[in-house]
Design a protein. Structure first.
Length: 317
């Protein structure tokens, strides 16, 4: 025996852990409601589930949401908590006009339920064209599948100027950030509680789930892989996007015409700007460089006219 553990114990065939059917049902309900209302945290989710007839406490809801990688978008202490030893980078895109493909990429992870478990989907999109550049699925939240997705996007689509993510441990890990540093990419991370900082990926998740996952009801990782392969081909090459003037992401990405976006900045200095000018515009996103644009936006608001919200997204059609 080694360390008082018998060989029979070490080599015994381990029985698979039984699946809790009630957890799967609750996870499905939480996933569907979170897709509709991503600002719901565990408290509101408990209220929702109780209204559906499920007697459940907040501790269980928090455990299920943590397993699925879900957190409410509203400001709070538990939003996208990174590992303590990982460096957090400032958000560098508020008020920055996105005017060309490969200027800004962003990424995020979402949960996809399966009949006997769940999977995680990571994707990288181009902000200008909304094109999905790369994606991967995994049955764990390890950083390796996110790094593989990033390497694939860089290999096939070149290098972006700025790369944005949330503060999840997969994206703050050295394995992920070192790839971006190696390529000379400016790293940007969502601020805590900023629902619109990565809004384009959040919109992608809603489309993926409502237009494909919920309709198909995939039974396994293999089916999910094949189904998402078809869906993302459709999403990029056939599905018209209203924000792109009903053009497809592939067409806008290849032609560099008809895309673009801006995360409006009304704080005028609440966040740090990019340390270097953007290659496409030659203009830094520091408060000084944006002050003229902010003043122009304010002057356009007439008496009695609604002004854009602080984090309102402006999309060029």
């Amino acid at each position: 025996m080694l360390a008082s553990v018998s060989r029979a114990t070490v080599y015994a065939q381990q029985k698979p852990r039984p699946v809790d059917e009630s957890d799967l049902l609750l996870s499905r309900l939480i996933d569907e409601e979170y897709t509709r209302r991503p600002f719901y945290g565990s408290r509101k989710m408990v209220v929702f589930l109780k209204a559906m007839g499920h007697h459940i406490n907040r501790k269980r809801v928090r455990r299920l949401m943590r397993q699925m990688g879900l957190a409410g978008m509203a400001p709070g202490p538990n939003t996208s908590r990174p590992s303590p030893e990982h460096k957090i980078y400032p958000y560098r895109l508020r008020g920055v006009p996105v005017v060309r493909p490969n200027q800004v990429w962003s990424t995020d992870i979402t949960y996809i339920r399966l009949p006997r478990g769940f999977a995680y989907l990571v994707a990288i999109i181009d902000w200008y064209s909304r094109r999905v550049l790369s994606w991967r699925i995994s049955n764990s939240m390890e950083a390796v599948f996110c790094v593989d997705c990033l390497e694939d996007a860089l290999r096939h689509h070149g290098t972006p100027e700025v790369f944005n993510s949330d503060q999840g441990s997969q994206f703050t890990s050295a394995a992920f950030t070192e790839v971006l540093k190696r390529e000379g990419v400016v790293i940007s991370m969502d601020g805590r509680g900023r629902a619109f900082d990565n809004i384009f990926v959040e919109r992608l998740w809603r489309s993926v789930k409502h237009e494909d996952v919920y309709l198909k009801g995939y039974a396994s990782m293999g089916e999910l892989l094949l189904g998402l392969t078809d869906y993302f081909a459709f999403y990029n090459g056939e599905r018209p996007h209203q924000s792109l003037g009903n053009k497809t992401p592939n067409l806008v990405y290849q032609s560099a015409i008809g895309g673009g976006a801006t995360i409006v900045d009304k704080f005028g200095g609440a966040v740090e700007g990019t340390p270097v000018p953007l290659r496409s515009t030659g203009v830094s996103s520091t408060p000084e460089a944006r002050s003229g644009a902010t003043a122009t936006t304010e002057s356009k608001a007439k008496p009695g006219q609604r002004r854009p919200a602080v984090n309102e997204v402006e999309c060029a059609a």
